[in-house]
Every structure is written in C-alpha cells, then in structure tokens.
Ligand binder design. Structure first.
Ligand SMILES: [Zn+2]
Length: 151
C-alpha cells in the first residue's frame, strides 16, 4: 500500500481488526521508509457507501476527498493529520455501524462540524464557511456568535 506521506510502497501491518459490525477490516499500517502510520479499510465491494448530494444525485463516499477538505480547513492550525484521519475514520464507522448504505452529504457535513468544533475552532469556522456556503458576512458572523455563545 502506497504511503500517503512519502509514497513508499512497502509497509507492515501493525494492527488488524474487524469493525464493530464485521463488514470491514481496519488495518493500521506503518511505512517501512518514513515510519509514519496510516489506516486502510477492506470492505465488501458490493456494498459501497453512497452519499446523497443536495441535488439528489448519488456519489460513492470518498474519504480522501473529505480528508483533503479538512486539511485545507486546518492549514496553519495546530491540528495533526493523525487527528483528522481519526475524525474521518470516526465518521466512516459511525455511518457503517448505522447499517445504512446511503447517507446525505448534509449529515456528513454536520458530523464533521460537530467533531471539528472540538478540535479547532478556527478550522471549524473555515470548514463551515465552505460547507454552508455563507452568502455574506452576516451569516458568517451569525455562525461566529453561535460559536461564542456555546462557550
Ligand atoms: Zn512513508
């Protein structure tokens, strides 16, 4: 499996376990070159997780895409890639464990935001501003006020 950090193609599996419901196997891997750790999932191919978009079209859930969006939101923030990977993993298993094969992009976005809020507030606001597509500065400020009120 190609290392997501350095691209090296050899790794060793350091942990391997089924997810709660047994529909997937999660493997923790360590790159043989840079020693960084990453996670892969093995799933039954006939059961992809589908995301229902706003216009009702379906798309296969893409964890890389989600992770990329999160990395962008966390740019120059004290959030580790590992934290973000765990966040994405948490969301994925939450959906898988719900036994649903389809989930709305809205539901995913809300899950991401509730988790991101605990990790880093600046990243949260950035992600929310892209995700909710704030139309103007006022809706953006509303979100900030909400955030401050929750404190
Ligand atoms: Zn590596």
């Amino acid at each position: 499996m190609k290392c997501p950090y350095c691209g090296f193609e050899e790794d060793k599996v350091i942990d391997s376990r089924p997810t709660d419901e047994g529909s997937a196997i999660r493997r923790r891997r360590e790159c043989c070159k840079c020693q960084k750790r990453f996670t892969t999932y093995e799933k039954v191919e006939s059961l992809p997780l589908m995301v229902i978009k706003k216009d009702k079209t379906r798309q296969v859930f893409n964890r890389e895409k989600l992770l990329t969006g999160l990395l962008r939101a966390c740019e120059k923030r004290p959030v580790s890639v590992n934290d973000l990977e765990q966040l994405v993993e948490g969301i994925e298993s939450q959906v898988y464990n719900s036994l649903q094969r389809e989930v709305t992009s809205k539901a995913i976005g809300e899950m991401v935001m509730s988790k991101l809020k605990n990790l880093d507030e600046v990243a949260y606001v950035r992600f929310a501003s892209v995700y909710r597509q704030f139309k103007d500065i006022n809706t953006f400020m509303d979100e900030l006020h909400k955030l401050l009120k929750e404190k």
